[in-house]
Design a protein around this ligand. Structure first.
Ligand code: ATP
Length: 583
């Protein structure tokens, strides 16, 4: 497929934020892309491989500016000035190409294959002389193709495609294109256990229905972990789960899925990044202690002192040291222990479709606990006062509360889903000041006085999974250390976009729009109905949204969370309703 045709589709996509329209544009594109389907899907996502492969194209803005100067003969400083004015390097590339194309006699067409292949080669060049080679490859690409092609190639190469199309919308487009509507749940399950849309697109194109139906977890393919709903109070949890339940400590650390095959271990984060090299002692302990030949376990990495048996709440430790996300730095001072609570795959057996009790039994048989690898502490009971005492104990032992797990047969491991088979219950929920929220930054307002050179407030939003857009929920101006406060413009500099991103729904207009990518943990006093915020707009009162009063940054950047898996609008609505009920 010609890249110029692909560019036409991208132009169409940037003109709408309506999910249904996006889905049908995507669906036509996928059908037209023929054997280029996999490459097309990656390019739509602005990448060349699934995230977990960690492939970076590795070009800098500076290099692109130099190339643009070389192919147009325009002075580099002039182009830099233009960029400062326009703000988007893709638009600059477009304008330069449009001007210089008029002087060229013919323009060579390029294909999806050309672009994808070149970007892939660029990403693979390493070591001495590679900068020059990368530059030449990119230059050749930019010399060919249309102005629109240049705009998108540059954006993709710099990781700034920012189409505002959620992965779930791409998935819907694929389902529609290849007629998998009748198996859409199975397709979603496949995607949740193998979040690689490129690979999935090929299977759908091949119409391999058996593969889709029977797919489950596989070692070394990171999956989307299962998440918990939230509830206040043990009686309501017991009622929801039907009498007897398992309560497990809710450890406050970093989620880790550990894949083991023939003595090789890989650890992946909640966001599916590989973090194996960051936890060498946990890896060593896994090799020694785990009786698994081929399997995947799920747990939480937590700072833990084996001498005193103290668990250090991650949030406390990171705040005390004024650091951002650095469990790793903490690990220098306090050793990390892995607390395991699930197993989803074992020696060719897909355990994700088995009930919780059976999985836990398999986990217990596969692990010999020591100080580095432990099982999540738990109790099974139907007695509210016994469970209450366990909850209190979890807090006393440095945990955030408990995660209740349903003992029913249907209590399967649902990848990527927040469901009622797991319910979290934290101490925080006992006050009106509810749980923390993980919100996505979509804009910023310049400060005044002391804050004259930085932002006075950030505009934060929650993701609405039905609409595929971010809806604003609060303006955040407190909770920053001076260090963070004065670095805000730098922290967000690379995410600034001209105009409201098409995946943002905001009534407030910030001074600076920020592409939704960074997630911050925020605490607030209460959720109120608001005329200025768009979160769940119209669902509670006509024309009104929901807002968080007195939001405060907790100091924790949720870099482990993708923006699409931040606290979503549905959860906020649920919390608001509970708050009204006085729960
Ligand atoms: P929070 O910010 O409250 O930790 P979250 O949004 O990160 O929540 P949730 O699914 O809402 O994630 O809460 C469950 C999280 O708690 C899991 O993602 C996991 O990292 C952690 N956790 C700690 N102990 C357990 C446990 N025993 N069972 C399941 N999850 C646990």
């Amino acid at each position: 497929m010609l890249f110029s045709r692909f560019s036409e589709y991208l132009n169409q996509m940037t003109e709408t934020s309506k999910r249904l329209e996006l889905k049908s544009i995507l669906s036509s594109l996928f059908l037209e892309s023929g054997s280029d389907i996999k490459k097309t899907v990656y390019l739509i996502q602005g990448k060349i491989a699934p995230d977990y492969e960690g492939k970076e194209i590795g070009l800098a803005d500076k290099t692109i500016l130099e190339i643009l100067s070389e192919i147009s003969g325009i002075d580099k400083d002039e182009i830099t000035k233009k960029l400062a004015k326009v703000g988007d390097i893709g638009t600059v590339a477009y304008e330069i190409k449009a001007k210089s194309s008029q002087q060229m006699l013919f323009q060579e067409d390029i294909t999806i294959e050309d672009v994808f292949g070149t970007l892939k080669s660029i990403s693979e060049k390493k070591g001495g002389g590679s900068t020059r080679i990368k530059r030449d490859l990119m230059k050749r690409l930019l010399l060919s193709g249309s102005p629109d092609d240049a705009k998108y190639i540059v954006r993709i190469a710099l990781g700034k495609l920012r189409l505002g199309v959620a992965d779930s919308t791409i998935l819907q487009g694929l389902i529609e294109a290849f007629n998998f509507v009748d198996l859409s749940e199975d397709v979603e399950n496949y995607y949740n256990f193998s979040p690689d849309l490129g690979n999935l697109s090929e299977i759908l194109k091949k119409d391999d229905r058996d593969e889709i139906r029977n797919f489950g977890p596989r070692t070394f393919v990171p999956f989307k972990v299962m998440l918990a709903e939230r509830m206040q109070g043990i009686p309501s949890i017991l009622e929801k789960m039907g009498g007897e339940v398992a309560f497990e400590y809710k450890y406050d650390g970093l989620r880790a899925q550990v894949h083991i095959r023939d003595g090789k271990i890989k650890i992946f984060s909640r966001g599916n990044e590989e973090t194996t090299s960051q936890f060498p002692d946990v890896v060593e302990a896994m090799k020694r202690q785990v009786l698994i030949k081929d399997g995947i376990v799920d747990g939480e990495l937590v700072p833990y002192n084996p001498e005193t048996e103290e668990i250090y709440p991650f949030q406390e430790v990171s705040r005390r040291r004024g650091r951002k996300k650095d469990l790793l730095n903490i690990a220098d001072e306090i050793p990390i222990t892995l607390f395991l609570f699930d197993i989803v795959y074992l020696n060719g057996r897909d355990l994700s479709r088995k009930g919780y009790s059976e999985r836990r039994r398999n986990l217990e048989e596969a692990i010999q606990p020591t100080e580095k690898i432990k099982l999540a502490r738990r109790i099974i009971s139907s007695d509210a006062s016994e469970l209450e005492a366990f909850f209190e104990l979890s807090i006393e032992n440095g945990c955030e509360g408990i995660v209740a797990k349903s003992l029913s047969e249907e209590s399967i491991y649902r990848a990527g889903a927040r469901g009622w088979n797991w319910i979290k219950y934290k101490r925080d929920y006992q006050s009106l000041v509810n749980d923390t929220f993980d919100l996505v930054v979509v804009g910023a307002f310049w400060g005044h006085g002391r804050r004259g050179k930085t932002y006075g407030a950030l505009l934060l939003a929650s993701f609405n999974p039905d609409k595929g857009v971010y809806e604003t929920f609060c303006k955040l101006g407190t909770g920053f250390t001076d260090e963070v406060l004065f670095s805000l413009p730098r922290i967000f500099s690379d995410l600034i976009v001209q105009g409201e991103p098409n995946n943002v729904d905001a009534a407030l207009k910030p001074d600076v729009w920020i592409y939704p990518e960074k997630v911050m943990e925020v605490k607030g006093a209460e959720i109120t109905v608001s005329p200025v915020h768009t979160c769940n707009k119209g669902l509670i009162e006509k024309g009104m949204g929901l807002a968080l009063r007195f939001p405060r940054f907790t100091g924790r950047w949720r870099d482990d969370k993708k923006p699409e898996s931040s606290t979503n609008s549905e959860e906020i609505l649920e919390i608001y309703k509970n708050q009204k009920k006085g729960l």
